[in-house]
Design a binder for this molecule. Structure first.
Ligand SMILES: [Zn+2]
Length: 299
């Protein structure tokens, strides 16, 4: 009997534990339906995704704000840098402009006040940039002073003193040809070469010693001069055209270069038709003081 009892107890235990195990399992599987689990997961996922999305959006907004702030700051920096550069460039430009003006003024005193005479000939191979004076054939002038010459001729005409530009720039080669021709003429008269050259030099400057070779000298008479004259003479000084030139030439930077009574200083006879560009400052000083280029340079 006890044997049967033990079997019964064991069977009961087996059934109990079977029920406990599989019954509980069935119960759990029935209460936690797969669909419900999936929905919760989905909700959780959705929540997580929403949170992620919110976080992303927050991050994105923050990033965007930060980017915008950085961009704004960069823009300010660029703008400030740009305006600083502008200021620097502008002040550099002003400084350059002042410097170039000063350099131009200094340079003008060098080229415009250059003394050319028998004692101070131009260097070998001297050249200058010239341009034609409108209304004339073969009348060239230093490009730096040509506008001043044109303005003087134009204003004189407007004032009722129409002028005529007889001679302007002459190359050293041309001067040489003129001088040789004059020398040859004296030699034909029987002068030995050296003496013939001396005689020729009284009428034609030796090559490189004429202000016309410099490109800054202009022989000017009245427009109708050659109607009653065949050459340049001091009679030009009796014309109103000469008077106008004497009174106004300095306004254009010109001087009467070989005035009467200054032959000992200039080494050249009185030439009331010969005007020389020296720049306004020097011209005003020379003409108002009744002096010469030599005296102005020596002062
Ligand atoms: Zn002359």
């Amino acid at each position: 009997m006890p044997k049967l009892t033990w079997i019964c107890v064991l069977l009961t235990l087996c059934v109990f534990s079977f029920t406990a195990c599989f019954g509980a399992r069935d119960d759990s599987s029935s209460s936690m339906a797969p669909s419900s689990s999936s929905g919760m997961m989905s909700d959780a996922m959705s929540d997580a995704s929403g949170a992620m999305s919110d976080a992303k959006s927050g991050m994105s907004g923050a990033m965007s704000d930060a980017k915008s702030a950085v961009s704004g700051a960069m823009s300010d920096v660029r703008s400030n840098a740009s305006s600083m550069m502008d200021n620097a460039t502008s002040s550099m430009s002003n400084a350059m402009s002042d410097a170039s003006k000063a350099a131009a003024a200094e340079a003008e005193s060098e080229w415009a006040l250059r003394l050319v005479s028998a004692e101070s000939p131009l260097p070998e191979g001297f050249s200058v940039e010239t341009r034609a004076i409108p209304g004339y054939e073969n009348r060239e002038f230093d490009v730096r002073a040509a506008d001043a010459l044109e303005a003087m001729l134009r204003d004189a005409e407007a004032a009722g003193c129409k002028l005529y530009l007889v001679s302007a720039y002459r190359s050293v080669e041309r001067q040489d040809a003129l001088f040789r021709r004059k020398t040859a003429a004296f030699m034909e008269e029987g002068f030995p070469q050296e003496e013939a050259e001396k005689q020729a030099a009284r009428y034609v400057a030796r090559p490189g010693t004429s202000e016309h070779n410099l490109g800054l000298a202009a022989d000017i008479v009245s427009a109708n001069w050659y109607a009653s004259n065949t050459d340049l003479t001091t009679a030009f000084a009796d014309t109103q055209h000469y008077e106008w030139l004497r009174e106004h030439c300095a306004e254009y930077g010109f001087i009467e270069r070989y005035p009467e009574g200054k032959e000992g200083v200039t080494g050249v006879t009185y030439e009331p038709w010969h005007f020389r560009y020296v720049g306004k400052e020097a011209a005003e000083a020379i003409m108002s003081g009744g002096s010469t280029l030599e005296e102005y340079l020596a002062a």
